[in-house]
Design a binder for this molecule. Structure first.
Ligand code: FEO
Length: 394
């Protein structure tokens, strides 16, 4: 991949990973991803903003070398995770006089992760600036825009904000800028669900802070650059808000068809009541799609058969994940079938300790569901509609 000039003297020098299909050995990447790195030439100093995943370090170096850059004065590291800092040791090997510019927490992590010398760092604080001559970098501390050490960097004169993980998307594209807004909106929403949603309350404040900055571009370190920052700022404003939609996500597994019959009945009952339903069969679900659906749903139903004495392990995994991601859904319930008993409902309810939800009466049946079960599911659908009306989303 070749470097590209964004505006005079500012270059994209990152790497595009078209082939990557899994991030953190956890997050599916149907569209690959990119690791954006940016080189900024000032009249006196040159700075590199973030590096790339270590698997792509030679692409980064090649992009820099091809620009005939013989000196890097500063390497700004906005976030210590290895997909952005993993090529730092190699960059420092080639540019041994470069100073790593970051905050104290990030420095500690970078030393732990890469065994770098402590004297090669310059520590910056919130709102501190760094002059490159005719250009000025300003740093804003934004802890928990993934990790506790995260920060963002603003290039004042050019009004470009380098946000690292924040506002990113896992999208490998040869396009440097967002061209298809609908496609990037969806990709960024999925990324938000997987990476940012647990930190929704912190991010609310950062979005407002960013909105107050004069902005020409937002340049994240994953996915294309926003030449219309309002696109991603409006999207985040919506996602981090407390507003939920008239939707029900049903995450389910069925082993012998009983839970499946209950899920099918509930889907019809909810549709009949004007509620959008998003069912996910967990044995074949892309967990990224499930996470995406959790961004603004009002209600989650977990449907499970009983394996030995508890819920199906796929249900346990999905519940654990949903609890970790801390979506803003307001109501939850459990439905399913059992053979000789078990503690499926109790186990699932205990696992949802990170989300503040009101639990609606579960519907569990011994063996095959019958007319009594379907009536109970109708009552569950009625109750969900009532709850949605109470919070004015119907
Ligand atoms: Fe893209 Fe948290 O790293």
């Amino acid at each position: 991949m070749v470097s590209r000039e964004i505006v005079r003297g500012i270059y994209w020098t990152g790497a595009i990973d078209f082939d990557r299909r899994l991030f953190d050995e956890l997050i599916p990447l149907p569209n690959g991803t990119s690791y954006n790195s940016y080189l900024i030439s000032g009249s006196e100093k040159t700075a590199l903003i973030d590096t790339v995943d270590p698997t792509k370090e030679y692409e980064l170096l090649s992009n820099i070398v091809k620009l005939n850059v013989d000196r890097i004065d500063y390497v700004v590291i906005n976030h210590a995770e290895q997909d952005h800092s993993g090529s730092l040791p190699m960059i420092l090997e080639f540019f041994p006089d470069a100073v790593v510019v970051t905050n104290e927490k990030c420095k500690d992590l970078l030393i732990a992760l890469h065994h770098l010398p402590a004297n090669q760092f310059r520590i910056i604080k919130d709102k501190e600036t760094l002059s490159l001559g005719d250009r000025t970098l300003e740093f804003f501390m934004t802890p928990w825009t993934h990790w506790p050490e995260t920060q963002i960097t603003y290039l004042r004169e050019d009004k470009i904000l380098f946000t690292c993980d924040l506002f990113g998307s896992h999208m490998a594209s040869s396009e440097l800028y967002v061209t298809n807004e609908a496609e990037i909106y969806r990709s960024a929403k999925r990324y938000y669900a997987e990476i940012m949603m647990p930190f929704r309350n912190s991010i609310k404040g950062y979005v407002e802070m960013v909105k107050a900055l004069p902005l020409v571009m937002i340049a994240p370190s994953h996915g294309p650059i926003y030449k219309r920052p309002q696109l991603i700022l409006d999207a985040y404003t919506d996602w981090v808000s407390d507003t939920v939609k008239n939707e029900v996500v049903i995450a389910y597994v069925s082993m012998h068809g009983s839970t499946q019959k209950m899920v099918e009945h509930l889907i019809d009952a909810l549709i009949a009541r004007g509620i959008t339903v998003k069912p996910f069969n967990l044995t074949r679900t892309d967990t990224g799609e499930l996470a995406l659906s959790l961004v603004d749903t009002a209600t989650v139903i977990i449907a499970t058969p009983t394996v030995l004495f508890g819920p199906h392990p796929q249900v346990v995994y999905a519940t654990y994940l949903a609890n970790m991601l801390k979506p803003k859904f307001r109501f939850a319930s459990v439905i399913g079938s059992y053979g000789w008993g078990g503690k499926a409902v109790e186990t699932i309810q205990k696992m949802l300790d990170h989300v503040k939800v009101e639990v609606i009466e579960p519907v569990m049946v011994k063996g095959l569901p019958d007319e009594t079960t379907f009536q109970a599911l109708n009552r569950l659908a009625d109750e969900i509609l009532k709850k949605h009306k109470e919070i004015n989303i119907v």
